[in-house]
Design a protein around this ligand. Structure first.
Ligand SMILES: Cc1cc2nc3c(=O)[nH]c(=O)nc-3n(C[C@H](O)[C@H](O)[C@H](O)COP(=O)(O)O)c2cc1C
Length: 220
């Protein structure tokens, strides 16, 4: 289940981000890392809550994280960006402190037409400093591709906002065959192992970056 594609290289261009809405370092440099698990599908009838719940349980089991599930279907971020900090929409202002408080992110994403869902891109674009100098892991699902093409596109996007994608990911090819009707994995060993590897990497990077951000705030 776990596939570990090589990291891609993207060409940096001038960042043109929406106005920052919160400070980039809000978490204490002690204690468990705060992990925001971002549910990337907002589609009616979506499957996303199943892999998201499975992964959140693995993250809580891991012991190194406080888990905050950020479900984009609940956040209802508008899809029209603004260029004036005084007109930040209320859903964006409400989500900003939760992302700013996170020390690490995991994005749970399906694959739509060879890439990731549009609401997920909108969510990334609304914020900027909130992502910076923090690790990002991925749980993907789809048909034969397992959503890996979404992940490859997301690597480039997160690179642009100075987040640090992990090499290790968790992916579910033909996800309908992986989970039972009760939402539990039929053969959990390999996905559980893959989640553990990714969480260990996120913990290492998350602590290193949190400590360094505390001493040297990231310059945007
Ligand atoms: C607009 C759209 C495009 C899709 N394109 C792909 C695709 O390129 N590759 C793939 O593996 N699955 C594709 N699928 C199937 C999705 O993997 C499947 O619908 C999955 O349940 C989507 O996740 P969600 O239910 O959490 O939104 C597509 C689904 C939709 C709705």
């Amino acid at each position: 289940m776990n596939e570990t594609p090589d990291a891609t290289t993207t060409t940096a261009t001038t960042a043109t981000a929406a106005p920052s809405t919160a400070p980039s370092t809000a978490s204490s440099s002690r204690g468990p890392l705060r992990l925001a698990v971002i549910v990337g599908s907002t589609r009616k009838g979506r499957f996303a809550p199943v892999p998201a719940a499975w992964f959140a349980a693995r993250a809580r089991e891991h012991g190194g994280f406080e888990v905050d599930i950020v479900d984009l279907a609940e956040e209802r971020l508008p899809d029209t960006l603004v260029d004036d900090e005084r007109s930040i929409p209320e859903p964006v202002a409400r989500l900003a402190p939760r992302l700013a408080a996170a020390d690490a992110f995991v994005v749970v994403t399906p694959e739509y037409n060879h890439s990731f869902p549009a609401p997920l891109k909108t969510a990334i674009d609304w914020f900027y400093t909130e992502w910076q100098a923090k690790p990002v892991g991925f749980v993907s699902y789809g048909g034969v591709s397992g959503g890996l093409r979404s992940v490859e596109h997301l690597r480039g996007v997160f690179n642009e906002v100075y987040a640090i994608p992990t090499r290790d990911t968790v992916c579910f090819p033909n996800y309908q065959d992986a989970f039972g009707t009760d939402g539990q994995l039929l053969t959990p060993d390999r996905p559980n192992d893959a989640a553990k590897v990714m969480l260990d990497r996120l913990a290492w990077l998350g602590h290193a970056l949190r400590n360094h951000r505390a001493d040297h705030p990231f310059a945007s």
